[in-house]
Design a binder for this molecule. Sequence first.
Ligand SMILES: N=c1c2ncn([C@@H]3O[C@H](COP(=O)(O)OP(=O)(O)OP(=O)(O)O)[C@@H](O)[C@H]3O)c2ncn1[C@@H]1O[C@H](COP(=O)(O)O)[C@@H](O)[C@H]1O
Length: 112
Amino acid sequence: MSDTLSRLAEVLEARKGAAPDSSYVASLYHKGLNKILEKVGEESVETILAAKDAAAGGDMSALVYETADLWFHSLVMLAALGQHPQAVLDELERRFGLSGHAEKAARADTLS
Ligand SMILES: N=c1c2ncn([C@@H]3O[C@H](COP(=O)(O)OP(=O)(O)OP(=O)(O)O)[C@@H](O)[C@H]3O)c2ncn1[C@@H]1O[C@H](COP(=O)(O)O)[C@@H](O)[C@H]1O
């Protein structure tokens, strides 16, 4: 797994025992899942707006910055629910070589 994701996952796990006023991540855990999900939603919107700006000739570094915020808060969400980022990487790995169209058709078969 990416060393950066792995190191960040360790920090997020360790913050479960930290005081809310000592750490941003601990303060999010303390505020609860609804606050974490609110941040994921907020960062999603900010990423979309940055992508629209970037596509219109704006700042690509703002898009990277907002995407990092979105990934970070998604990792906090996973950690709060006891999931490790490796599970997401495993799912992406599983999808390698599987066409998006074929994968979607397989989903429809599963649901019917
Ligand atoms: N990668 C990040 C990271 N990315 C973004 N952020 C924080 O996410 C917040 C997002 O910005 P906002 O303006 O939306 O935040 P805000 O205004 O404080 O939030 P609200 O009160 O409005 O909800 C900022 O406070 C950023 O500093 C992060 N905070 C922490 N990390 C990593 O997590 C580690 C642990 O952080 P602490 O728990 O703070 O020690 C750090 O060492 C970093 O590796």
